[in-house]
Write a protein that binds this ligand. Structure first.
Ligand code: FDA
Length: 308
């Protein structure tokens, strides 16, 4: 029951101020976020990649309301890619972007502003020898995000997309994207969505996840299994075997700080395992979505308010 409340709070500026000001918040945030700055995040990236894992980096931020901040997001990603190039990490680390941080929601021409900003990021990523994946946000952004994906893929076919199994439309989107060279991360979905567009029951979201997985594994593209759910991971392994997919023709992805032993186990079994590493000062929305996903995380957070 608390999930929807937390997801609503994830978009409240008032709650943002309350949570950010609480001194006990930081240690809990640190569990999910690799630092406010690029430098500590790069320490995490170096240690993960040295241990055989791969990485996708997210410079935290979303829902920007002016062009200057949108350009600042682009510049943060350009700096990040320069650092990956400098450190020779282009083959082990890619980047994930939220188009709402690139200006997608701006009233006058937001779609084109986001496309122009993200195109520069995709160009530098290609020079560095890596890729960009477009995170998926709430359902109102899906058409615009998939249109930007189509534009970017003309010049950079390795640009990745994210599909969310809770949306009714996703099985069809998965069919359209299960084509050669297409990288698709399948997730369950992390936003508060109305019953008119999305399954509300966890069991239905899980069933839809399996249906979309089947489409992606049977297709010609490169599935990226974005889930911590042991059932989804086992089903993906089974589908890889049934579709005669060799290791390296698909990958698993998990979030930084979540099920780290399972991340290690899959990598040790020879699977490509990529960790989504968020960093930056604008961690509030991301953090609240992680609390909403798991009551145990919320309990951990609330307990930290109690006197020792
Ligand atoms: P589910 O929520 O059913 O959890 C299964 C098990 O995983 C739990 O029982 C628990 O053991 C563990 N677990 C899950 N969440 C946890 C948490 N927060 N803390 C601790 N343990 C947890 N969403 C989106 O809308 N757009 C996007 O672009 C992305 N991008 C993305 C990238 C990657 C790499 C991942 C892994 C996930 C996303 N997501 C996302 C988030 C996704 O939609 C979803 O909310 C979470 O992954 C949780 O769903 P699970 O599939 O893990 O299963």
């Amino acid at each position: 029951m608390l999930g929807p409340v937390l997801l609503a709070a994830a978009r409240s500026d008032r709650m943002r101020r309350v949570v950010a000001a609480a001194p006990v918040t930081r240690p809990v945030v640190d569990r999910f976020v690799a630092g406010d700055e690029l430098s500590p995040a790069m320490d995490t990236v170096r240690s993960l990649t040295a241990s055989g894992l791969e990485v996708t980096l997210d410079h935290l931020g979303e829902d920007v309301t002016d062009k200057t901040t949108a350009r600042a997001t682009r510049d943060a990603y350009l700096r990040l890619l320069d650092t990956l190039r400098h450190d020779g990490l282009g083959t082990r680390a890619e980047v994930s972007v939220k188009l709402s941080a690139f200006g997608q929601a701006l009233p006058d021409g937001g779609h084109d502003i986001a496309l122009a900003n993200v195109r520069q990021v995709a160009e530098l990523a290609a020079e560095v020898g890596t890729t960009v994946t477009l995170d998926m946000e709430d359902h109102t952004t899906v058409d615009s995000t998939l249109a930007i994906l189509r534009e970017l893929r003309r010049e950079h076919p390795g640009t990745g997309a994210v599909l969310q199994s809770y949306l009714f439309r996703t099985e069809e989107d998965a069919r359209a994207l299960a084509v050669a060279g297409s990288r698709v991360r399948l997730v369950k979905g992390a936003y508060k969505e109305p019953a008119s567009v999305a399954f509300q029951d966890k069991a239905d979201v899980d069933k839809a996840y399996v249906r979309a997985l089947r489409v992606l594994f049977a297709g010609e593209g490169y599935p990226m299994v974005g889930s911590h759910d042991p059932r989804m991971i086992a089903i993906a392994q089974d589908l890889a075997a049934r579709n005669h997919r060799p290791a390296g023709s698909y990958e698993f992805q998990m979030l930084y700080g979540i099920r780290t032993a399972e991340q290690r186990r899959l990598a040790d079994e020879g699977h490509r395992m990529r960790i989504y590493v968020p960093y930056g000062a604008d961690w509030y929305g991301y953090f609240m979505r992680r609390l909403a996903e798991r009551p145990a995380n919320l309990a951990f957070f609330l307990r930290s308010f109690l006197p020792a």
